[in-house]
Design a binder for this molecule. Structure first.
Ligand SMILES: O=C(O)CCC(=O)C(=O)O
Ligand SMILES: [Fe+2]
Length: 392
């Protein structure tokens, strides 16, 4: 039997063409999500079992809106001299410590740049399945379209398109992962909108990095060097179609982001839940027009030696509305060794992590995307001091 998926050229053997596990059936007029939503493929079950979350992970019908998530106005960064950037950095530091999440407004990314990217995103997901499948990602070339992601081994109710914003990267040997873009044919303005968006958001990401460095008492440009060459940053266009059973499935299962920072655009629908640090409750991030949601990723958790924590989050879907979001995953160069920064350690606070190679971590995660794993994939907890290291 071929070790390829039955629907595209990924290696997910669980995908059998034409069954309820089908993902993108090239000749079909509907995607699998559309078929499941239409109740066409489940043999009378309320939901394709691949999407069903364990009871403890399912969304409750109502969830508190997280009023407490800090909203930070970044306009002091663009003001004339004399403005107290340290006060702003302190605000970012408090938010990073207390929540691991915050919202930024007046952030300097032009409204029309975001609008053009959001419009191009909608146009892409409105293409017929065959045209989306024409730019499907594969194990060897991992940018492009897919509708078969699993988080914690349960299938997510979403489809997505990944692209690198400004450059093409090749992860170092032994990995053969190429981060090279696939652009859909005949979708005028798509590529331009994404490149323009990537450039503008990268500028914001560098400013945030600077504020985080300041908040840790470091030189403002202390972290820049990690992102100068061979950055592995990528952008993901997420589309969460309406779901017939939002009580059973999630748009995206609970997880933490592995990179340094995530800069997230979400539309007005809402559905992002964050695990509140003070009590472990899931709380919804209210959509605010012209804002970005920022979260601390695992790498900053390690660099800061646990002063800041990467926090769990998930996406809840709903029966009526589709939802769109665009995370920008700010990732360092593949050759970065991630370890607690010397300046944040002291005798009382020695290193809590062993160094790990970002390139290897990233490849292991990316390859894990193509398999339904029996074990948890690589995580920073594997590098905690006095715990065994599991990177392949
Ligand atoms: O869609 C969202 O709001 C969040 C997406 C997310 O957390 C991710 O892609 O890692
Ligand atoms: Fe995430």
């Amino acid at each position: 039997m071929s070790d390829k998926c039955g629907n595209c050229d990924c290696a997910d053997k669980s995908q059998k063409k034409g069954t309820s596990y089908g993902v993108v059936i090239v000749e079909a007029e509907k995607s699998h999500l559309e078929e499941v939503a239409a109740g066409e493929v489940m043999g009378g079950l309320p939901m394709d079992q691949a999407f069903v979350q364990a009871p403890e992970h399912r969304a409750k019908p109502s969830v508190a809106e997280a009023d407490g998530i800090p909203v930070i106005d970044l306009s002091p960064l663009f003001a004339a001299d004399g403005v107290d950037v340290d006060a702003l950095a302190a605000e970012v530091g408090r938010a990073s410590q207390d929540w691991g999440f915050f919202v930024v407004v007046r952030h300097g990314v032009p409204e029309e740049v975001v609008a053009r990217a959001a419009e191009a995103q909608r146009a892409f997901f409105a293409l017929p399945p065959a045209r989306r499948a024409a730019v499907a990602r594969s194990e060897a070339a991992q940018m492009g379209y897919y509708a078969s992601d699993h988080t914690q081994n349960v299938r997510d109710w979403k489809e997505a398109f990944d692209l690198v914003p400004t450059r093409h990267s090749l992860l170092p040997p032994p990995s053969a992962v190429v981060l090279d873009n696939k652009w859909p044919d005949d979708l005028p303005g798509f590529r331009e909108a994404m490149e323009e968006y990537g450039e503008a958001v990268e500028e914001l990401a560098f400013k945030l990095l600077e504020l985080i460095a300041r908040s840790l008492g470091l030189r403002p440009d202390r972290l820049h060097g990690f992102f100068e060459d061979h950055q592995t940053t990528f952008i993901r266009l997420n589309h969460y179609p309406p779901c017939p059973s939002p009580d059973l499935a999630l748009g995206l299962g609970h997880h933490k982001d592995a990179g340094a920072l995530t800069v997230l655009y979400q539309d007005a629908v809402g559905g992002l839940d964050v695990r509140r640090r003070c009590d472990g409750e899931w709380v919804r991030v209210r959509p605010i027009p012209q804002s970005f949601i920022i979260n601390i990723g695992d790498i900053i958790q390690v660099w800061s030696n646990d002063r800041y924590e990467s926090v769990e989050h998930r996406v809840v879907v709903n029966v009526e509305k589709e939802r769109f979001s665009i995370p920008f995953f700010f990732y360092p160069a593949s050759y970065t060794m991630v370890e607690p920064l010397e300046e944040v350690m002291s005798e009382e606070s020695p290193a809590r992590y062993n160094p790990y190679s970002w390139g290897e971590f990233f490849s292991a995660r990316k390859n894990g995307n193509f398999k339904k794993l029996d074990v948890d994939y690589v995580q920073i907890t594997h590098f905690r001091k006095n715990t065994p290291v599991h990177v392949q």
